[in-house]
Design a protein around this ligand. Structure first.
Ligand SMILES: Cc1ncc(COP(=O)(O)O)c(C=O)c1O
Length: 378
């Protein structure tokens, strides 16, 4: 028993280049899952590689309390892209850790304990973040979880109003639920969450771990709603595949965060990767590409397979295709017959989270493959 957690896929990966992964014998796979959104600028982007290599030759690691230029540069870049005037960033190693810190900071700064999450949410798997995650199968056998977590219905303002009070430390929410099925809230929902949390003095934690970095057509999805959360979390592709998490905090949170820490916070190599990743996203205007290609894919899919699916939804390059039966056989056929990797989101949704660098030919390859598969199985 080597890796007892992940199931082992039957595609052995040897190397990556742009939007493709390759097996040792050179077979190419179009990677439309980007290993869960972890390579927004594509596999092995030359700028990211050279930034990492340069930093590795200088200094691979020093503890976070020693100032290092590359980390200072990364902080500056993160502040530049942060929503509103957020100036404070805690760096860590994963999305789970970023949310764990967010929950701790919110509790400490508000001196309250209740955390409200949403049904179908996914916020991670450590005990605090897991307590904010909805799906019972992720929690089974790990209890007792962290107390004082409640769930409101996602997208439903009334449900939040019924759950929140002046005892609430924070509301944690994804702008679009990714793992939960690519669920979009009704327009104006995030603005209402912002208003309601402000009214009771609770922190709004926006989990942009899957939606951020340009994926939905703006650097953060909240930019489109013109709101600034008290805390925003990011991770996944922020260092284009190296482990990272970031918790962005407004001053009132950062001024009273409690005692938190972590050995690998802001490691220089990770910061080098993050700097190059953000540069590429900005220079190549990848949020614009995500917006244009995402609309194109959804429109084309609706025309080609709309009547064979229950729903096709998404924003930018976060797309969910809800099929009539299981997503598993479709994903298997995409990989084995068409050399295309996509992801599930629950049992009936085929999810796309591709590198933001894909072009129209990649989109067309996917559209024709899924059309053919659904025709064969109908
Ligand atoms: C919205 C969201 N939050 C948190 C996480 C957890 O991130 P990680 O797997 O890096 O711990 C994920 C991972 O899928 C996610 O999609």
């Amino acid at each position: 028993m080597n890796n007892f957690i992940f199931s082992r896929k039957n595609i052995h990966i040897d190397r990556g280049d742009g939007v493709y992964l390759y097996t040792p014998d050179g077979t190419a796979y179009l990677d439309l899952g980007a290993s869960y959104a972890c390579v927004p600028v594509g596999h092995n982007h030359p700028d990211v590689i050279s930034s990492i290599q340069n930093q590795l030759e200088k200094l691979s690691y020093v503890q976070g309390s020693f100032p290092v230029t590359i980390r200072d540069d990364f902080h500056e870049k993160l502040i530049e892209i942060s929503p509103g005037d957020i100036q404070n960033i805690w760096l860590c190693n994963s999305g789970t850790e970023a949310n764990e810190a967010a929950i701790k900071f919110a509790r400490h700064a508000t001196k309250r304990s209740q955390i409200i999450s949403t049904k179908q949410a996914f916020h991670g798997r450590t005990l605090g973040a897991l307590s904010a995650t909805w799906k019972p199968t992720y929690k089974k056998g790990f209890g007792p979880l962290t107390p004082d977590f409640d769930f409101a219905t996602f997208g439903d303002v009334e449900s939040l109003v019924d759950t929140i009070s002046e005892e609430t430390a924070a509301v944690i929410v994804e702008p679009i639920q990714g793992e939960g099925g690519v669920n979009l809230p009704p327009p104006g929902y995030l603005q209402e969450v912002r208003k309601i949390t402000e009214e009771v003095g609770a922190a709004m934690i926006l989990d942009e771990i899957q939606t951020g970095l340009g994926r939905t057509g703006s650097f953060w999805t909240c930019n489109q709603d013109n709101i600034v959360p008290d805390i925003l979390t990011s991770a996944k592709g922020l260092a284009n595949g190296l482990p990272i998490g970031a918790t962005f905090c407004k001053d009132w949170i950062a001024n009273d965060p409690g005692n938190h820490g972590g050995t690998f916070s802001g490691g220089p190599v990770i910061c080098a990767a993050g700097n190059a990743t953000i540069d590429v996203i900005q220079r190549e205007n990848l949020s614009n590409n995500a917006s244009k290609l995402g609309s194109y894919i959804i429109k084309e899919l609706e025309g080609a397979i709309g009547d064979q699916t229950r729903d096709i939804r998404g924003s930018g390059l976060l797309i969910g295709i809800q099929v009539k039966h299981g997503s598993g056989p479709i994903l298997n056929k995409l990989a084995s017959n068409h050399g295309i990797l996509a992801l599930p989101a629950g049992k009936t949704v085929v999810r796309l989270l591709p590198p933001l660098t894909i072009d129209k030919t990649h989109a067309e390859d996917f559209i024709s493959a899924i059309t053919q598969i659904l025709e064969e199985t109908s």
